[in-house]
Write a protein that binds this ligand. Structure first.
Ligand code: HEC
Length: 147
């Protein structure tokens, strides 16, 4: 009888700790993706500043960094992270996951393309708009909640 009790107790503890870990993971994932988006926003503004000042080499380094961040973001939208922790991610992400991932990949590739087109550009503002800023809106309009 005692063994059964102990075993049940052990299983309960095990179940409890598993669900605690799962919850923690979703929190960590949501926090990580939020901080990467915030960082990309700051980086995008720096890219704009540097590029406007003609400091293209420094700007290009940051473009490559942003591109890598978008790739990392592809892994940060698992099914387990749909709700909670003040996420602004919309359910449409998981409904249209292919489209979402495609937009993310395109945003990443555009930053790499930008590193080469920026040398030739005559209209810096328009080029940054086309290759960097347009990605944000095209995704947010469908996949991020109004804030
Ligand atoms: C392919 C989709 C996609 C692209 C591209 C994208 N975002 Fe987002 N962004 C999201 C989603 C989804 C969220 C909500 C994440 C959450 O709250 O879990 C978000 C959240 C954010 C946040 C809020 C972060 C926080 O702390 O809550 C900022 C700021 C942001 N994005 C800026 C940008 C900027 C600037 C760009 C372009 C340079 C951009 N995003 C490109 C999908 C995208």
């Amino acid at each position: 009888m005692k063994i059964i009790k102990n075993t049940l107790f052990f299983i309960l503890i095990l179940l409890f700790s598993f669900s605690a870990v799962a919850e923690q993971t979703a929190e960590e994932i949501i926090k990580e993706r939020k901080s990467i988006f915030s960082k990309n926003y700051k980086t995008a503004k720096r890219v704009q500043g540097l590029a406007s000042d003609g400091n293209l080499d420094e700007a290009k380094k940051l473009m490559i960094e942003m591109s890598g961040n978008y790739k990392r973001l592809l892994d940060l939208f698992p099914e387990s992270s749909k709700v909670g922790f003040k996420t602004e991610a919309l359910p449409s992400i998981w409904e249209y996951k292919d489209e979402f991932n495609l937009l993310m990949t395109k945003a990443s590739n555009n930053m790499i393309e930008l590193t080469s087109v920026i040398d030739e550009t005559k209209d810096m503002k328009a080029t940054l708009g086309k290759y960097m800023w347009s990605s944000c809106k095209s995704c947010h309009s469908k996949f991020r909640a109004e804030h």
